[in-house]
Design a protein around this ligand. Structure first.
Ligand code: FES
Length: 250
């Protein structure tokens, strides 16, 4: 079997993967060159390249794995090992909107398990499946580091805080109806593929979107304020926790 230009012959059986059509390959290869040039070692660009191919197809396909391996002079086994380790790389196509429901401990006990169960029933799909219209896929995910807003749902990695089964159902309904939906924090939503391209390292070119990213919310900053010995808003003003070195020479 002949290999495409730039591929590495390692004596291993080729993946049963077709290459991208020439036009797609050339476009992605130009993007890949731009990403690879940002790193001193070629293989260090693997994570961005996986996002790049995910932006093309909505998941990391065997073709995408082959492409990454060829661009980075890695084996397809090496690329597969990384792509299957990180859960942000999908192995099945995502919907236009990929909905992640946190079912880790805190979110689960505060309603995440129920939200996930009711969303599956409402959408008529199971974990990692996509609605027939291709608009919404669903996945249970582990802690999003947003426990202070539990239970949390994410759409294309943007946060929807303090959800309930009802608010989550409304959310997916609005997504399927094509209505503009804004996350609790962060920029307005774009498609899963567009998000993946940004994660690859290309800029968000939507007007004003970068300024919509916001900052840490009050629940996230509460611990920091307490650690500094500051009173929390709405309290009597009494310090709850002393600064670590208060009253010492340290
Ligand atoms: S447990 Fe859900 S965000 Fe941490």
């Amino acid at each position: 079997m002949s290999n495409s230009p730039g591929s590495v012959e390692l004596g291993l059986p080729a993946l049963p993967a077709r290459p991208y059509p020439p036009q797609v390959h050339d476009r992605l290869a130009a993007d890949a060159r731009e990403l690879i040039a940002r790193y001193p070692v070629v293989r260090s660009a693997l994570l961005p390249l996986l996002h790049l191919v995910q932006a093309e197809e909505g998941y990391v396909s065997a073709t995408g794995i082959r492409f990454c391996a060829e661009q980075l002079e890695l084996t397809t086994a090496e690329v597969s090992a990384v792509a299957t380790f990180y859960t942000m790389y999908r192995r099945r196509p995502a919907g236009t909107y990929h909905v992640g429901v946190c079912t880790n401990t805190l979110c689960a006990v505060l309603g995440g398990d129920q939200i996930f169960a009711e969303l599956k029933q409402h959408l008529g799909i199971e974990n990692n499946e996509t609605t027939e219209d291709g608009e919404v896929s669903i996945e249970h995910i582990e802690c999003n580091a947003a426990c202070d807003y539990a239970p949390v749902v994410m759409v294309n990695w943007e946060f929807f805080d303090n959800q309930t089964p009802e608010s989550a159902r409304q959310l997916v309904d609005q997504l399927r109806e094509g209505r503009e939906v804004r996350p609790t924090r962060g920029a307005r939503l774009c498609s899963f593929k567009e998000t993946a391209r940004m994660l690859a390292g290309f800029p968000d070119e939507r007007d004003g979107a970068v300024d919509e990213s916001g900052a840490g919310g009050a629940p996230s900053l509460a611990g920091l304020r307490l650690a500094r010995g500051e009173a929390l808003p709405g309290t009597s003003g009494t310090k709850v926790v002393s600064p670590r070195h208060e009253g010492t020479d340290a």
